[in-house]
Design a protein around this ligand. Sequence first.
Ligand code: TMO
Length: 316
Amino acid sequence: MRSKTLLSATAVALATVSMAQAQDSSDPILIPTHNWSSQIVMSHVVGQIFESMGNSVEYVSTDSQAVYESIRLGDVTLELEVWEGAFGPAFEAAVAKGGIHDVGDHDAVTREDWWYPLWAKEACPGLPAWEALNDCAALFATPETGDKGRFLGGPVDWLKHDQERVDALSMDFVVVNAGSASALWAEVGAAERDKRPVVIFNWTPNFVEALYPGEFVEFPEYVEGCKDDPAVGPNPDMTYDCGNPANGYLKKAAWDGMADKWPGAYETLKRISFTNPQIAEMAKLVDIDELEPEDAAAEWLENNEAVWTPWVEGDA
Ligand code: TMO
């Protein structure tokens, strides 16, 4: 009995020593980047944190839906911005298959949806209700859309199902997909001069809120099931008859093998948590200040040492 206790105490001591000595692999940690600024800057912020710990890092430009399958298979190592609205379904499906897991939430609340600059509301005072937007559809028309309103959606890989929503709610809008995030901001910038009403896809946290006051359109509230069960939501026969979650999560995800291969980086990843203002600032450094993502990340790290050093040191 006594020798068994002694033995297990020794085993615990040995395990503690070997855990403390476990080294991260010298293979590069593969960080996927996508097509919106905060994600690219955050990826470089975290990559530079890993480098400061002695790790090697590579950035891989990756489709923002396919990335969950890539992580599951270990082709890339982690994802720093799992937005509930755009990627919840792809992430959760990959988790169910195995090989990828949830590494916790950022201290952030996210929303992704149809959005207008405030001058559009002067032309259409019933906003933000979606019914009012629909009644004002003609105000949002362009030669391209005839007498229907134009909604400029994001790049198709964000998979927002805007056309399905237009159909399910019988809206007089035509969905046009932007080729890039910057095309969304260009649309608002061009409309600003003559205060032309526009409605685009936007999200928060983002730099846009600092530049253009605006509001999200209030669609029928998101409820579990409205995207895949026709019976849920106001249209009993169709799916997507709801908005995106108004208080969405922002998660980190990792390949299941990361904890064994890069235990030090993995412990840091678990502690990492960015707030809405920090994420908006990362986007601003690129979209307003026009820094390159790696320079934006270096600047963010320099200005926020007290935020991130505890994630490395583990005394957060
Ligand atoms: C995924 N996004 C933040 C662009 O909506």
